[in-house]
Design a protein around this ligand. Sequence first.
Ligand code: MIG
Length: 689
Amino acid sequence: MIKKYIFGSPMNTGAAALKLSDETGSLPVFGTDISENKITLTCTLSERDIVYGLGEANRGINKRGWHYEAKNSDDCVHTENKTALYGSHNFVAVSGCEHFGIFIDTPAYIHFDIGYTDPDVMTIDIHSPDAAVYFIAADDISTVVREFRQLIGKSYIPPLWAFGYQQSRWGYKSADEIREVVENHRSSGIPLDAVYMDIDYMDGYRDFTVDSVKFPEFDKFVSEMKENNIHLVPIIDAGVKIDENYDVYREGVENGYFCKRADGSDFVAGVWPGRTHFPDFFMPETRKWFGEKYRRLTELGIDGFWNDMNEPAIFYSEEGLREAMEHVDRLKGENLGIDSYFDLTGTVAGISNNVKDYDRFYHTVDGEKIPHSKLHNLYGMNMTKAAAEAFERFDPCKRMLMLSRSSYIGMHRYSGIWTGDNCSWWSHLLMSIKQMPSLNMCGFLYTGSDVGGFGNDTTPDLLMRWLEFAVFTPLMRNHSAAGTRDQEVYRFRNSAAFANIIRLRYRLIPYLYSEFVKSVLNDDMYFRPLAFDFPDDSIAVGVEDQLMVGNSVMIAPVYEQNARGRIVYLPEEMLRVKYLPDGSYETRVMPKGHSYVSAELDEVVFFIRKGHFIPLADSANSTAELNMKKLTLLGYLDYKANYLMYSDDGESKDYYDQNNYITLTVIKDNRDISVRSSAPDIELAADIK
Ligand code: MIG
């Protein structure tokens, strides 16, 4: 049951895909307090209540005990004190004696105090008089989330190749360098499907340009990579460089496509290329114009992009910079003591991502000028919408890989997200594990973190453990920041062990891809907390470092330095699969309850539910070479089980074609195992306990 309540006159953000009629009564469960410019919603939490949601956020799967903000932020140090990351995903769901969810649909700043001030109270402060508030109640948490997902519409599905292993680094500077990275993967037997091109490929950080010295004959380079089954994925930044000789800039100015100051002049913000203008993505004509520019790259064969810096990240505004400089000038020559010293450092640090700047520029929405501060959380979504709308025009039948850093609910229909600038820290591996189900609740299914960590120097053991988790994340991309230690897996001594883990990913793709697409089409979560599957198991409901992956698998990643295993909670008897560094695996039935499970650094452990089996392919060097028609069925059952496998051409959008569904059947009769497929051309083997 979903109900929609209207406060003030909210704008249509684009988050909801269903149109509901407005309720007239008052919001259930929550107390409502409306003051002039604020709506405050309050509800008490009972002792057992777990609070899920908020998508891309810090801390636990259970959000209780901390506070969070809807304030899309370019922040590259995700420490525990932080209250906002790159996206605003304003959905929370309470699960305890009752199960309900609430979605606050507004671009406004929101403060979620989830038992932070008072452990038994959740207070949601919406800093605007206008909001659409959706209330969902159901008999269980899974239904609450599914109904929410039905409201916001089907999630984005990337092409199959985006399920392959992907390599990125801020710092690849030339075609030759990328060739070398690809060559090193291929010669070491490390599968690879994509290489990302970070800002250095551009000509002076101008969007949609390619540096012709470092990337001569770029079109040929793209085809050369394609022949090697490598997709190149260039980055696109939000800010357009101010440069009279740059056509994108000139067109933007001439047609009024950029964000304006109060006096009507184009707003100037400093980003990579120095001074830039921000396209006003709230105007359909700007989206159309900017989106059309992607064609320059798609025409050369590019079929994937990542939109970055679209919170938007602002190094400085002209006004803010001037004020700061004047301030610093005044401090010149002073004897800097306790106050003046911090005044100086604060003034300089405060020039970037300063919310004061959000009141210095305007968007045009349906002809009306609205300050950025009122729409901030929707900016990244609208940039990415520009790209997605363009791809629809270019070829409505073809899937593109699209990632965006900044997001808002609704954008999940157009694109995936990566979780931004994490660090090469063990704690961030754990954070990534916890973020996945929360993101799935909010519709973001194609997602993953920078494997190995973005900021700071990685270590081979951290990278390996991270990969062992990322084997299961739809986006499996190794990415690192400029200036950090090299992080491609072949850089390390035990590259064969790394290769083996990535090869496991390819073996699992028939299962992972099938579960992913089915999750999208059924409005399910691909990653779930154990509580969703075992709601009556009081231990399982509190587990935060194990996840269900699709319908048949549970993972319990190792995320601690020097650990050689970990304690795992099994909510029921399951089959433990231990994948060994020589590419073979061992299986063992494990009982319900807590167990210590050993997992050496180069071993990957996962669990298959009783009565289930999963399809495994032979490994391959790329998804193009993956044979989805030769499968080994691995599982554990008493008598008989079916698996509904989704499989398609990996690039078109005919998701509802019945031929995409294959029923695989295993029948166990004492020791005899027989296997069957509803499609005639599938070669099956079985490994069934
Ligand atoms: O703040 O383009 O999150 O993945 O490598 C730095 C350089 C800007 C931030 C992205 C990161 C990317 C980096 N960008």
